[in-house]
Design a protein around this ligand. Sequence first.
Ligand code: NDP
Length: 328
Amino acid sequence: ARKFLLAKHFNGPPNVDDFKIIEEDLPDIKDGEFLAEAVYLSVDPYMRAYSHRMTEGSPMVGSQVAKIIESKNEDFPVGKYIAANFDWQTHTISSTDGVGTPYLLPDLEELPLSYGLSVLGMPGNTAYFSFLDICKPKAGETVIISGAAGAVGIIVGQVAKMQSCRVIGITGSDDKGQYIVENFGFDGYVNYKRENLEEQLKQAAPEGIDCYYDNVAGEISTTVIKQMNTFGRICICGSISSYNTDINNPPKVSCVQLHMLRKQLLMQGFQSIPYRNRIFESINQHLEWIREGKLKYIETITEGFENMPKAFIEMLEGKNLGKAVVKV
Ligand code: NDP
């Protein structure tokens, strides 16, 4: 098996030299075990945030869609595809409820297998259990989504449109903004890398903001929260603008409390991990919406297991549209 280790802790944005690739022999499988070969691997923002907790030399945490190529477990027969939280490695031995808590993917028929890591995987499950429950959007309300052209954001935007909301995405480029308007039904976008986000938001959301789905935190979010309407709701899904910072010297936090108390806003954080055992609820709903043509999706696929670090770095730099995935 080939596998990537965290060779040294990231200092700011990750660098290809921070990773090391090794090759190791795997033992024969025992009764109850199976051997899975990675087909697609995921690169996600949480890996950057989580790296602070890893020791140098340990494998990079990850998830993948893999094919079972050897099995002594009748629940996981040869030829089936699974999704599992396996590390950045090409081959893994696991068992029922074993390493990476694998589960069999449903038959995706015409859909790409990589969807098991995106709209039918963890990002899909995140969007499904967070947005409607926390933001409680009503028809006609204005919803702002940061990280709007990413894995989670493009789902949340389309679900918000299904609720008859006015939906504005925040993106890091005009190309991404135009893409989500033309392809995913967003009503508009603002580009946070252009001048004057505050003014752009005022123009895009002239009636103020009722729901904010936050993937990024920092100054972008302060600017959004300042323009929220009374009794607005904020779902904190991510904080990517802070992931590359030194945890011992966190960025100075902007003060949003005054706006929150004046407008009586509600803010709630979301964690997908407790919802992992309910993933088939989101998989089934998203499959239905995809097959009915109500939910569309896009992925940015990098070819080659050896390019995992590159794909990860480029995702953090914003080069991905939709979910960033690596094809072995
Ligand atoms: P994306 O597919 O959205 O990829 C990350 C994107 O973040 C980039 O493409 C880039 O887009 C944007 N970005 C990078 N740096 C910055 C920055 N400094 N400021 C603003 N935007 C930035 O990732 P996901 O959809 O997988 O994840 C989105 C967020 O949701 C992350 O914060 C992630 O940690 C979080 N998350 C949380 C979960 C939970 O359980 N709470 C589960 C899954 C994800 P652009 O070009 O627009 O800048």
